[in-house]
Ligand binder design. Sequence first.
Ligand code: GLU
Length: 473
Amino acid sequence: MTLRTRFAPSPTGFLHIGGARTALFCHLHTRHYGGTTILRVEDTDIERTKQEAVEAILEGMRWLGLEPDEGPYYQSANSQKHLDIADQLLIAEQAYRCYCSKEVLDQMRDEQRASGLKPRYDGRCSKLKSAPSPDAPFVIRFRRPKVGEVIWQDKIQGEVRVRNDELDDLILVRSDGTPTYNLAVVVDDHNMGINLVIRGEDHLSNTPRQIQLFEALAWDVPDYAHMPLLHGEDGAKLSKRHGAVSVLSFREEGFLASAVNNYLVRLGWSHGDQEIFTTKEMEELFDICEVGRSAAIFNSDKLLWINSHHIMDAQPEDLVDELIYQLKLINIEDVDKKRLIEIIPEFQERSKTMVEMAQKVSFLFVDELPEYEPSAAKKHMKIAAIDPLSELTKRLESCPEWDIDSIEKVFKSVLDAYEIKMVKLAQPVRVALTATATSPGIYETVFMLGRLKTISRLQAGVIFLEEKAAATE
Ligand code: GLU
């Protein structure tokens, strides 16, 4: 039997990190065993559904590389199919019309509570032979089995048992004629041939009800895997309160999709003591049955650590689009992709995030440098550097070739002439060229920046120092 899994988000907001984890686990398990992933947008709750939210979910999945093999299918398009099944159950007397008003239901629950019972529908309409009045509003309820229990072998939770008499006669169709979540999900899962449902533990209480429905309809019951929920560092269920929970905001913060996936896969799953996984390795190794049952804790330091490893290990070609995206965010546009690919290796070890990388490369692309970082200027822009710096400027200007070796020779000749150590020259040069005290190797920095920009920034550096000298006289 070929595996068919689905990711079934309700489009009520963006793709949050918990949803992304569900999508990832579906994707990886299905890739490992060979099968088809399906995206089903559960948009039956029309009022809360926003097209932008659907777009945001799709964009998030695309960015993470979790595009489904099939879909998106929209649940709302299947409403008639859901209602037809409700009718079929009515005809077979496996469902019945319930005419109880809200007041009646409230009273029923109050009485049950008062006598120490668990509040639930008491099934009084299940025995009605006809409607109380011809146009009385009604819901359709499932006539659940009263004895026995629902048992399933959850791939994460192990064996789960729920007694049928603990459950309610579930509403299948609301009084406005719309199908409910549990009906829609069962009909869609069946029609789409889903044989493994991977979803959050928050749906555990729906599963026995859905299994009852599958059984009433004599349909094959899918396998289930209910994933432990994600918690914030404070132990509370992960929410917007915990900061950047939309996957796209992780992108904005400079995380790589592969690192986010790697981080998420380690929340609940492990393979020996390996921490860093390529997407391909995850697809080969991941098995939903190996996911643990304890709640996963979101830890942003660990994500950052994984991200820096992914940046370090990546091919420049795989980083360039994210770098272009980040550069745009700081208003650096139209950069040459080939040139970026050439310079990226100089920055991989120094950047924990792509935001950092964009900041570090930005000196190469801006026409005008921002002001020198005050601490860098204070520490390295010393008046004593005026002469070596202006001499270096002259010699670089007339340097016949522009390559690392020639640049190195020019630097060495200035060091010899002034009998100074490298740091006394390299650091003021670095500040003059990048406005910061850190950059790749100084020859590489000069080389990448090119002759024109190097000369004019060194000249500006000399002027800066001369003004400083004049001010202290
Ligand atoms: N639409 C549900 C949600 O977003 C998921 C339903 C399911 O996986 O069965 O929580």
